[in-house]
Design a protein around this ligand. Sequence first.
Ligand SMILES: [Zn+2]
Length: 542
Amino acid sequence: MQHKLQVIKAKMGSADEFTPLSQLTLGMNKCRVRVRISRLWESFNPKNDISFGLDSLLIDDQGETMQARVLPDDIEQFEDQLVEGMVYALSNFTIEDTRESYMTCSNELTMYFGGQTVVNKIEDTDLIPLYSFEFINFKDLRSRCDDVSVLTDVLGHIVYVGELEEVWKKSRLIKICNARIQNLRGRELSITLYGDTACAFAEDMHEKGQEASVVAVLAGMRVESSHSVCSTTCSDYYLDLEIPEVQEFCANLRIQQENPVPKKSPAQKLAESWRTIEQLKSLDPEEYDEDTSILCKVSLIHIDCSNGWCYLGCDTCQKSMYGAPRKYKCSRCGPIKRPIQWYKLKAKVQDATGTMNLMIFCEVAEELVGVSAEELVEEIEDDDEWYTLPEEIEDLLGSTHTFQVFDKYGSRSWSVRSIMDDVSVPVPAGTTAQCKEEPVREGSINIAIPSPITTQCKEEPVHEGSINMAIPTPVTAQCEEPVHEGSVTWRSLLQSLLNARRSLSLRAALPRQKIGRSPLGCRSLTSVCEGMTGSTNSSAML
Ligand SMILES: [Zn+2]
């Protein structure tokens, strides 16, 4: 028995003779580590096929990861010994600082194998996970655009797989497969796979069939934009992997699929997006992304031009030429005919709930001003005029507009995406304005903007706590008696108070207003909303 145990110990190596990856230090390490090679790949420059080395992602029994590299000259020594998925005892390796690019984990150290490194394949142990990923949310991909220091792992439901194609890229003919995955919020991410990864993926997906619901993990991807990632020589994909993250995703996906929410049209979404400045300011950036448009009706009260009101930008992509490599070269588009002046208006806007800053750029500003920034710049005679508002822009102050605004970086700095005209501006969702007798004055912003509660009218009854929000202040109630029986408004509240102060005998004769837990029905609330929305948008509805 004793003897048998010792044999097993020798085979597996006992845990205490191994150093955790987390304790390795820079330089030569005499200790031994026990690790699984979770992923193994050869890194090379796809332009000339020159190898950088044989790379691997190591995991130890604490779940710690580290990238390792066998330099090209040593590949021959190790390539037959190292097998993906196997567990090894390693010693006599060197630890160095992480390379500057194409790292598949965030560990700040990298292991290098050399001629002296000892590699022993040992018995597998359940203690070491098979995989380790550092998943990133789709909405956070933006921060990794054009950054290849650390590669990116993503997870999603495959919603599209294209045909395997051959394309010319930088004078090389390569295999390519496009696909799209979706997260639980319904946001899609485009995937481009190259070379062998593309071939294998296309084949695997073909085998699964078009109808199959597949959850994919894509590891070691390069982020091209906030909506697209592509494979590198370090990338791999895993379909329906049995790891907690995928299992949790699948469980949530199943719940979603079993309880489908009717898809909203873009027009519906827009109609539900009305917000006041106060509401905009309190939105949680986790709840929206750069594609989200929000409608608001605001007045322009100030435009700050202490940093100018225009900038020199690319004629195609509008990117600022500040920091461009050469005068006529855009850092994004390459050589361009000539840079042009674009508007950059740092506006302060106001509605009944407050003020906020709002950036208005390029064509949107041009639409507002009526002439292009180029034209106004041509009129500049004195250098001061770069920092004083031209008359054409100043004339905008005091004007009121309905804007679609968005927050590009999730940093609560809002810009105008487009200007809505009276015809295209949608009626706030969940309301049907019926008070036609008394049109709401232009400029009475607070009346036109419903509180978000109005969108709930149709789905669920509103409870006690929300009553205050639904009650319009006396100023906003412009329609005569849009209130139905049973609804609680300032008017009926006042009435019941007055009643209470009258004689008891009278009170007994009055129908009692149940204020407390009164089941405030949807219908009645809708009618309150109607009173609030008035008919500013009646032209759009007729
Ligand atoms: Zn450009």
